[in-house]
Design a protein around this ligand. Structure first.
Ligand code: ATP
Length: 456
């Protein structure tokens, strides 16, 4: 399968206002990108489509928008303060460096997963099981040191009084801590889900590959709270729904695959990613994780507040099991741009670059183009009508051919051209981006026509 060229996609994105390098006039800032006028529309439309599918159309899913800065104990409970990042230890004897979790997993021949262990637990395991340096055979390690990818900042005005706080590395803790608030106020019954779209921050040191890996990114995710016995059904259900969603937005089935995790956390029954064939190869697009009762039990322990759910039918009290579905809005934007990008050879031998974006997520639904500048008054009237309902572009500069090309590159599904006949009979030409076919419609027919083509 031929992979698309990432450089070409990045170039169109920069040239047409989808995405610019972060802090560009200062030479940029690694792994940050700014969405431009066209890109912000695209990403907002993707977020809206996700929210519609998973929140609006699901009576048992409730949205939240939690604070990015949380009580630091949240990150102790979640394990991020102690266990997030790669746990490194050095062999004092032969001066080689190792990952503690890998030492344990290799020593146990894969039967023990260190994924959910704290540093102390790993050090204890290494000592008790006499895990030795694979290079020199000695057991003489430094304590574990971690590179923790959580960004920190401080709260308080005086340096001395400052408390360290964290920029959240994942959004889902906002749902866990609000589990009972949402349950009570929405009068929700298990099974139900809490969903959120918001920014997360990770001090990623690996290469970014454009929007694929950035140090701040948006996650669209939900946590389904259910009974343990129903959890695997919901897990399978979200796998299907997650794949269907991205396919409906335009990702082709042959560019998508499920990838089950090799290692599971001790509390997890199952975990899988959906991978997409990016220009950089098969990579994770989203994750679906069975999290057991781990998160709620940890918050119960660290907050001292009961997180138990009282079943109104059976009167049974229990901690619900959680199924998590999480997808990066920026990573999905990149996948959709990669899928949509196309170079077509036209009849006369010219090539056109076209973004075949699903019309529901296209930045502009329609562009209004007067054939000549002296038709601009009428064109502005048409823009005023259409822009009440749709995000519209207006362009009167340059040849009509060049304006069509520009709209093709930003994925505008329809171009409406105003010509001299429009002044006579209130009709316009509407051109389809993909087929380049044109039909003539009355101005009054435009809104229902476009509306009928852009639903998701
Ligand atoms: P990866 O293995 O790629 O680092 P992850 O397994 O750590 O991802 P999760 O913590 O499960 O990812 O986050 C859920 C989703 O958030 C990912 O599937 C991805 O779409 C997105 N995501 C995670 N990290 C980043 C990042 N640094 N930049 C952009 N999107 C990200």
């Amino acid at each position: 399968m031929e992979l698309k060229n990432m450089d070409k996609i990045v170039n169109v994105c920069k040239a047409r206002g989808f995405v610019f390098p972060g802090s560009e006039i200062y030479g940029g800032f690694a792994n940050t990108w700014d969405f431009g006028p066209v890109g912000v529309e695209l990403k907002n439309n993707i977020k809206r489509a996700w929210w519609k599918r998973f929140v609006q159309e699901d009576a048992n899913t409730y949205g939240v928008d939690a604070a990015i800065l949380m009580n630091p104990t949240v990150w102790k409970a979640s394990g991020h303060v102690d266990s997030f990042g790669d746990p490194k230890m050095d062999c004092k004897n032969c001066k080689t460096r190792h990952r503690a979790d890998t030492l344990i997993e290799n020593h146990s021949k894969g039967t023990v997963s260190a994924e959910a262990m704290t540093n102390e637990e790993m050090e204890k395991y290494i000592e008790e099981h006499d895990v030795r340096c694979p290079v020199c055979g000695k057991r003489d390690f430094t304590p574990i040191r971690k590179f923790n990818p959580m960004f920190t900042t401080s709260r308080g005005t005086l340096e001395a009084e400052a408390d360290t706080v964290y920029l959240r590395p994942e959004t889902c803790q906002g749902e866990y801590v609000n589990f009972l608030n949402v349950q009570r106020t929405a009068r929700a019954k298990v099974p139900f889900a809490i969903a959120q779209i918001g920014k997360s921050f990770r001090n990623e040191i690996t290469p970014g590959n454009f929007l694929f890996r950035t140090i701040e990114f948006e996650q669209m995710e939900l946590q389904k709270f259910c009974k343990a016995e129903d959890s695997m059904n919901f897990y399978e259900d979200y796998k299907v729904r997650a794949k269907q969603f991205v396919e409906d937005l335009g990702l082709k089935d042959e560019h998508l695959r499920f990838h089950d995790h090799d290692k599971l956390a001790h509390y997890a029954k199952a975990a899988c990613d959906i991978q997409y064939l990016f220009p950089i190869g098969w990579q994770e697009l989203n994750g679906i994780h069975h999290r057991g009762t781990w998160d709620l039990s940890r918050h119960q322990e660290f907050s001292g507040k009961s997180m138990l759910y009282l079943d109104p039918v059976t009167n049974e009290k229990f901690l619900p099991t959680v199924i998590e579905y999480s997808i990066g809005a920026d990573r999905l934007t990149l996948a959709l741009l990669c899928e949509a990008y196309d170079e077509e050879t036209l009849e006369g031998g010219d090539t056109r670059v076209v973004m075949h974006l699903h019309s529901a997520i296209a930045p502009y639904k329609v562009a209004v183009l007067p054939l000549q500048k002296n038709l601009s008054d009428k064109a502005k009237e048409v823009f005023a009508i259409l822009s009440k309902q749709f995000m519209c572009d207006y362009d009167e500069a340059g040849s009509i051919g060049k304006r069509y090309r520009r709209e093709d590159e930003i994925g505008t599904p329809f171009c409406v051209t105003i010509d001299f006949d429009t002044l006579e009979d209130d009709t316009v030409t509407i051109r389809d981006r993909d087929t380049m076919q044109q039909i003539r419609l009355k101005i009054s027919e435009l809104c229902p026509y476009i509306q009928s083509k852009i639903s998701f």
